[in-house]
Design a protein around this ligand. Structure first.
Ligand code: ZN
Ligand code: ZN
Length: 375
């Protein structure tokens, strides 16, 4: 570790973990749970700092246990020092059962969206007098509100992604394939921008493929006059960024200019109203209204945005049915789009932090064709 890294706030230090466990126990008390079995990998990481996988956390009212196997025993001791490590010899659910019995847990919560049907069946048959209580989104709700240390890492993830695109944009030139551009961007992120990896498989979508919101890079070639949709991000210290720009190679067609402007207006309309207390459904509505008024409502078929953190997609979701209100410390994307099948797609995506009084955009790249590799 260099001295520069040592000075960075660490979102997995014990002083970060302790208040998380405290907030979790508060939520457990509200649901009258004696314990919560956490099996989602990012949630286990959030609560304990543990960097491995194939393990579960069991948090009781007074203690916390990391149930793992031989491969991760040492890693658990190093990265999750506040947790007591229990190493399984047989099945994981067998160890959960034994531990629940030993601790005399009555109401044991589990994550209904994470535990598999087989694990649940296994556990249900074994638990005897403990009662299994389904829960949804308990840790995910805690994860929605980022601490200053987490925000610092998210800033670095956004900055790394931006620098990565600026370095790689020269590769976006006539004759280059989508896959080659994606590979160069990934290389720049890792080798030159301090990212551990790309945040997800980069989307490089030339021309009409831009209307597929989740296009994978192919051998299709970028041509002069092409529009190229780039949706990419960086992973820094287990946290992610997620950005989208549409670059024009050469002179951009008039419809592109018109729609980029419109999508950017929609994004700004959403950003303008973001502050603590505003329902996230209203934020979605603000952007959607701009696109609807211009007659493109049906061509914007996805949610306005999603939380980012230990996962690229996490709570909250910004859509019409969102129940949450904006709260200081939330970090989410704002990404309106317009997709014209057979022609192209426009999406503009930035990462936003809700502050005490409003919001701050963590990303700062220009939003139009000025970004393109070759004018
Ligand atoms: Zn994205
Ligand atoms: Zn996104």
């Amino acid at each position: 570790m260099t001295s520069r890294q040592a000075n960075q706030p660490n979102p997995f230090s014990s002083s970060e973990i302790r208040p998380r466990l405290e907030r979790l126990r508060q939520a457990m008390r509200e649901q009258r749970l004696d314990a919560l079995l956490v099996s989602s990998v990012p949630s286990v990481r959030y609560l304990s700092g543990f960097t491995g996988d194939s393990s579960v956390a069991l948090v009781t009212r007074t203690g916390q246990y990391l149930l793992t196997d031989f491969r991760f025993e040492e890693e658990a001791a190093i990265t999750a020092p506040l947790f007591r490590c229990l190493v399984r010899r047989l099945g994981m659910m067998e160890l959960v059962e034994k531990t629940a019995r030993r601790l005399r847990l009555r109401r044991l919560g589990f994550e209904e969206q994470v535990l598999t049907a087989a694990e649940l069946r296994d556990l249900g048959g074994r638990l005897g007098r403990s009662r299994l209580v389904p829960t949804a989104g308990v840790v995910e709700r805690l994860r929605m509100i980022k601490s200053p240390a987490e925000i610092a890492v998210l800033r670095r993830a956004a900055a790394a992604a931006e620098r990565g695109l600026l370095l790689a944009r020269r590769a976006i030139r006539p004759g280059a394939t989508e896959a080659a551009v994606a590979a160069e961007l990934r290389r720049c992120l890792v080798a030159r921008c301090g990212a551990q990896d790309q945040a997800f498989e980069t989307i490089i979508a030339e021309g009409p493929r831009g209307s597929l919101p989740h296009a994978r890079p192919t051998d299709r070639k970028v041509r002069r006059g092409s529009l190229v949709l780039v949706d990419w991000g960086a992973r820094v210290g287990f946290y992610h960024s997620d950005l989208t720009r549409v670059l024009a190679l050469g002179k951009a067609p008039p419809l592109y200019r018109k729609l980029v402007k419109l999508v950017r207006q929609a994004q700004l309309a959403a950003m303008e109203i973001i502050r603590p207390g505003v329902p996230l459904a209203d934020v979605d509505r603000a952007a959607r209204a701009v696109i609807e008024r211009a007659g493109y409502g049906p061509r914007f078929g996805h949610a306005l945005g999603h939380g980012i953190g230990l996962q690229v997609h996490e709570a909250p979701r910004l859509w019409a049915r969102a129940a949450e209100k904006a709260e200081p410390g939330m970090v989410f994307t704002v990404e309106p789009g317009i997709y014209l099948p057979g022609k192209f797609g426009i999406r503009i995506e930035d990462d936003v932090l809700v502050t005490a009084t409003g919001m701050e955009v963590l990303s700062s790249l220009p939003h139009d064709e000025r970004l393109a590799g070759e004018p």
